[in-house]
Write a protein that binds this ligand. Sequence first.
Ligand code: ADP
Ligand code: GLC
Length: 485
Amino acid sequence: MKILIAASEAFPFCKTGGLADVAGALAQVFSRAEDAEVVLFLPRYRNVGGGAFSLKAAGGSFLIPVGSRVETATMSRVQWGKVAVYFIENSKYFDRPGMYRSAAGDYEDNDERFVFFSRAVLEGAKFIGFKPDVIHCHDWQTGLVPAYLRTLYRLDSFYAKTASVFTIHNIAYQGMFPKETLQKAGFSWLDFTPEKLEFYGGLNFMKSGLVFADLVTTVSPTYASEIQYRPEFGHGLEGVLKHRTSDLFGILNGIDEEIWDPSTDTFLERGYELKSFQRGKAAAKKALQKELGLEENKDLILAGVVSRLDQQKGLDTLLKAGPDFLEKMQFVVLGAGDPGLSDAFAALAAANPKRVAFRAGFDEELAHRIYGGSDIFVMPSRFEPCGLSQMIAMRYGALPVVTRTGGLKDTVFYNGEPKDSNGFAIDNSDEGQLRSVLGHIVSLYGWRENWNMMVKNAMRGDYSWGKSAEAYIKLFSIAAQRRQL
Ligand code: ADP
Ligand code: GLC
């Protein structure tokens, strides 16, 4: 099967969050499936290339209509294991400091940037002669691809048998633009109807993906249900989703078990596995306390956070509840995003330098050391389509403290019985509930036997892509078969 993955980010090339981890991991796991041929298309942002990857020009250039203009696309390529990665280049659109935004906010031409990218993917695949059985699209940035296949490219023989599968990673970001964007995208006004592209008078890229893809998936079973049946989760698209309920599947994400492996992690002081976790984690904790200038004390509970700073993640709740526990706990927060949250964590750290450390920005290596050195990992999300961080934390023996939502609910089990639990859970991102569970954690931490049992449960979990990758491949076959008819 020929699989084309179109995404706006993929690790290790460009990343702002879990979408990148998932797009990258899926490309690799699909490429190992029998008879699979995988190409991955990404935008060539500034800073892509260099390092371990030397990109080669893919030769030639092609023209992409954007409104009444034409823009030029070129491509570069790198072979990444069995995956061929193609980067769509256009310096006006992608050679910028950020991927989606500057400090001032989202780039104003994000509609054009991803119209351009989506069409360039379809033209690019033709250019290299890769006729996909299925195009797997991720989030709003590639939501127009399924729409193009069924409108502008409907009669294009190259794509006559190509199916599309659209995966929702986060329905809170939809790519909603005014109706003028329809012209930039080149669609016909005849398709600007509520059944097709129109959404509250504008063009919604995610809706386009949901309507036109052969099959739709999202990243956990619980989120699949939340977005259809609970308006506060569906963000206005629950009707569209319900319409497609028989074509919508929740497939739980996995994590890359090679990148996230405490036994081989070179960013840690020393590796550890299940058998040696007590010594390994103690060493990682001590090193982390030292690195961040915290009190080096093994008896303090070290609570880690590695997160986008966004209201989704519920960290304002931690800012309220956390300070009550500074006698027994330390907090280490690594995060980038909302300046208000960033300032608040920086102030808390400045006032309590031995107990709280805050690092602003994106830091892959420090993230590894936080997962390794933490006793608990705090993730009180208001909603969480899947969440990878809690799974990484569990693999590193840091017990997650989560809300019962989305993928958190599907991966973290807490019923008060340590032998059946691998973390802690509260119902909502609520200050009182968080306080109460942190209080419980303080008392449980002294019961080493119970604590260690939970850590072992967490570390033993299966967070691999195995089953989920199979589920995707099965859906790809179903989608492709539908196109053969
Ligand atoms: P989301 O995609 O909503 O941000 P996930 O839990 O799915 O949340 O994935 C987050 C990924 O991004 C994890 O791999 C996490 O370690 C990483 N990450 C988030 N913030 C940072 C940061 N500031 N520095 C390094 N890695 C980060
Ligand atoms: C999104 C979600 C996160 C999910 C990730 C990968 O960023 O916020 O919950 O794990 O995508 O699917």
